[in-house]
Design a protein around this ligand. Sequence first.
Ligand code: ADP
Ligand code: ADP
Length: 229
Amino acid sequence: SAEVRFEDVRFAYNPDRPILRGISFAVPPGKTVAIVGPSGAGKSTLSRLLFRFYEPQGGRILIDGQDIAAVRQDSLRAAIGMVPQDTVLFNDTIGYNIRYGRWDAGEAEVREAARLAQIDRFVSGLPEGYDTPVGERGLKLSGGEKQRVAIARTILKSPPILVLDEATSALDSFTEREIQDALDRVARGRTTLVIAHRLSTVVNADEILVLDRGVIVERGDHAGLLAAG
Ligand code: ADP
Ligand code: ADP
């Protein structure tokens, strides 16, 4: 696994409205850091900068000590796995969606990833299994089922770095707990940045940063932040 480090990162989409105003933190190799804060605080902007969708206007972002400004975007995408809030699947089969980006994966590997993500819960009853089409002209998957496909894809990709951007926030509370368990298993041993708007979903993070209007206003573990109110 890898270390991710933000050093005094500053960013604005429009020059007159700073979004990130000097953000510094590190995710040690294999650890999980959660960024929590209200909507609009700048949380997703942090992950967009990590993928180099935008460049910081101040400070720098380092992976294993290397400034990502010098790293190609496709290399970053190979190194970083992402589970977003709403997974949009390709209008193709479940198997295609799991294999996406890992076309070299063997059948056994795909099955193991699917097993760990508990895809079998909704494909085992289907005669065509992984060849089942999903989307517009196929099987309509629930939000939780789509997240399981995204998780299986991420397990197969096995990236050293993981970004979970509100990955459970669109789900009902029962499904949220199930998907959270699956995500916790994927995150184990990987350098993980979790983005969430509620403290209750990031209980297991090694460190939690509270972001408000582009500034880290508090940091600590879950118990510490609860005690601080
Ligand atoms: P969060 O993830 O914490 O909800 P975001 O990082 O998505 O916050 O957004 C932070 C702020 O930046 C918000 O005020 C949002 O409206 C603004 N913003 C996000 N994306 C853009 C963009 N592409 N252009 C201009 N402003 C944006
Ligand atoms: P390609 O590299 O062929 O363009 P994609 O970029 O669509 O393929 O997907 C490669 C990987 O990049 C995905 O598995 C995902 O981890 C990451 N990725 C793609 N789009 C985004 C996005 N909008 N935000 C964060 N990560 C993304």
